[in-house]
Design a binder for this molecule. Structure first.
Ligand code: PRX
Length: 640
């Protein structure tokens, strides 16, 4: 094991970084121009930038005046070196097959697919929706899109036809890339059927490219749908990259917020590229010998930044696994680590908690000695899960990097940084902001809160991977992120700093919940409920869940004449799966005749949360009708 692992002191008290990390953090904030210029110079620029950062809240530009290409930096740069024949992607399918794509092979596939897209009429700035399982073609489609200066919008394959249609329409995508189907727990799911349903209401879509994963007998619409392989056969082998301006959007990624509609977060090209490149090095300490495995799906930001772009920008090897974590047995992941010698492994606390339940025996069957760094992402990690991960997966030798960030931030913001200097870790703390990230914890008036006090997590200065707007809705961008504390970015999270300056993320301060690491808006689920003909009103809250972190609990007021029943409960559950997707399936549905509201008519979700978790109800002076709370209590008691 490397020297640095000796410095892992999981519970060390009173230690603050005084070495390199501290120096770098100081320098990055004092001299952003010099600091980021040095890092950006490691990448290729068709035209150099004039200024590193420019603008005023809420709009900033990074590497102003520069021209570059994300796919060129992720592929062509390495193909010109000894890395040409190095594995870029190692893929394992759920049934167990392996595919390895070298940098040269991946580069060729991306070039050909870039030409396919051009032949379909995709131009710079056009949107391409990608709705794919975890197969290398998903990464190829993303890289090909940015190669020609088009904008990808990857939609997680767990979203329903309605969810997909909504995102295609918002982006006005010209092309959809999908597969006939995908494996999930040994079953074959038909993806194309979902796409066909979505496409009934998406007039912007001109063509659909279908990757044949399962050999299903699917509907192919003449003149609209094309098989991936047929188009690739006739494609030219080289596609000149489109040299785009630094601030040209590379992708849109939809995420949930407080209001009903998901928002398309816009990321640029250069800032995103430099931010992901830097954090990949600092947090994961990526080296040429590494096999990097981040278990996230490409449908989420983690898949974009640390499955596809981060590792490839470094010429590293990234592993993709198609299937369920515990299929066919609970040691599937550990067998993959052993089989390919994975050295950097990153996953979500939900998965760790699930494996804890299965027990160590599944882990002990495998040699995990290739691991050197473990990552945690997407939700708070409880100390119990942290310790299990540290002891049983990392064998007390691998530091755990608890990485805090968001779809909006583009890359990791607060995290240990073993690639710079490993600080003593405290289970449950993401430690310190990375260099260039000016994070703070403040009260409602924007004043920093004292140590160990809860406040709002804000970012006071621009950072390279920052979002550049909400697609088609500049007002929402300003309102959501830049209005609570004018001039600063509001993260939507609660946090605190301890007496040593360590950051502790305490969960969302808004109506967003994290279910098994997936981000969902409670109001998005409520609007889906009230769209059902039997429902008059709905209130959705998150309930602490031992494995998933949070689960979805809904309180439903039915329309006049509707009777509560178990059948209706099942129907509503199915309705949510169909309108949003299986990710949003509620665990509990309670029927009530009224919801607890304030006198001004606002639903008191705080009261609902307290009832379902058996906590003190707190101040009820603004409550309109006490009987509503009693009814909620009875409904909850009845169903358990
Ligand atoms: O509440 C925070 C939580 O996940 C939110 C962002 O979700 P999403 O955009 O889906 O991105 C997830 C992948 C980066 C945050 O606002 N979150 C993320 N990482 C952590 C976390 N909560 C606690 N600890 C973390 N390490």
């Amino acid at each position: 094991m490397a020297e640095e692992t000796k410095t892992v002191l999981p519970l060390a008290k009173g230690v603050v970084p005084t070495g390199k990390l501290h120096e770098m953090r100081k320098r990055a904030l004092e001299d952003p121009e010099g600091f980021w210029s040095e890092i950006a110079s490691e990448l290729y620029w068709k035209k150099g930038w004039d200024k590193v950062v420019e603008g005023e809240p809420p709009y900033f530009k990074w590497f102003v005046g520069g021209k570059t290409n994300l796919a060129y930096n992720a592929l062509d740069r390495h193909v010109k070196t000894w890395r040409k024949n190095k594995a870029a992607i190692i893929w394992e399918g759920e049934p167990g097959e392996t595919r390895v794509l070298t940098y040269y092979q991946l580069w060729k596939e991306v070039n050909k697919f870039a030409n396919v897209l051009r032949d379909l009429g995709v131009k710079k700035g056009d949107r391409v929706t990608i709705y794919m399982p975890m197969v290398p073609e998903a990464a190829i489609a993303m890289l090909a899109t940015v190669r020609i200066g088009a904008i990808h919008s990857v939609v997680f394959s767990g979203f329903s036809a309605k969810g997909l249609a909504e995102r295609i329409n918002d982006a006005q995508a010209k092309v959809v890339i999908t597969a006939d189907g995908m494996y999930r727990r040994g079953k074959k799911l038909n993806l194309k059927e979902i796409v066909d349903k979505a496409l009934q209401e998406t007039p912007s879509v001109e063509s659909v490219v279908v990757y044949n994963r399962l050999g299903l007998d699917i509907n192919m619409e003449e003149g609209r749908d094309y098989w991936w392989n047929d188009l690739m056969e006739g494609a030219e082998t080289y596609a000149e990259p489109e040299w785009v301006e630094s601030e040209h959007p590379s992708f849109i990624l939809y995420t949930s917020g407080t209001t009903g509609k998901p928002k398309g977060i816009i990321h640029d090209t250069a800032g995103y590229m430099v931010g992901v490149y830097a954090t990949m090095k600092w947090v994961f300490d990526i080296k040429d010998e590494d096999i990097h495995w981040c278990t996230a799906d490409v449908g989420w930001i983690t898949g974009h930044s640390y499955v596809v772009y981060g590792p490839l920008l470094h010429g590293a090897t990234t592993l993709m696994y198609e299937g369920a974590p515990d299929y066919p047995k609970p040691d599937r992941w550990w067998s993959i680590i052993e089989k390919y010698g994975v050295s950097i492994f990153c996953t979500a606390p939900t998965a760790i908690r699930m494996f804890m339940r299965y027990g160590e025996k599944w882990v002990e069957r495998h040699d995990l000695s290739s691991l050197r760094i473990l990552g945690s992402v997407g939700e708070p990690i409880n100390p119990e899960a942290w310790w299990w991960y540290f002891k049983h997966i990392g064998k007390e030798k691998c530091p755990i990097v608890d990485t805090w960030w968001q779809t909006e931030t583009g890359h990791i913001m607060i995290s240990p940084a073993p690639g710079i200097e490993l600080v003593p870790l405290k289970p449950g703390s993401a430690t310190f902001p990375l260099p260039g990230v000016d994070a703070d914890v403040v009260d409602d008036n924007g004043n920093p809160v004292p140590p160990n006090t809860r406040g709002y997590l804000v970012i006071k200065k621009p950072w390279p991977g920052m979002l550049h707007g909400v697609w088609g809705d500049p007002e929402r961008y300003k309102r959501t992120y830049w209005s609570k504390f004018p001039g600063w970015y509001f993260t939507g999270d609660y946090a605190m700093k301890d007496e040593d300056g360590y950051f502790w993320i305490l969960g969302r301060a808004d109506d967003v919940i994290k279910v098994a690491g997936h981000r969902l808006g409670t109001m998005e689920i409520e609007s889906a409920f009230v769209a059902h003909p039997a429902v008059a009103e709905a209130a959705v809250v998150g309930k602490p869940h031992p494995v998933k972190g949070e689960s979805i609990v809904a309180f439903i007021v039915l329309k006049e004449g509707q009777q509560p029943s178990d059948e209706l409960r099942e129907e509503l559950r199915k309705w949510i799966r169909e309108t949003i997707g299986p990710v949003a399936t509620p665990d509990e549905i309670h029927f009530v005749t009224k919801l607890p509201k304030t006198r001004s008519g606002k639903i008191m979700r705080r009261v609902l949360r307290a009832v379902i978790s058996g906590k003190e109800l707190g101040d009820l002076s603004t409550l309109e009708d006490e009987a509503s709370v009693e009814e909620v209590k009875r409904a909850v008691a009845q169903l358990r």
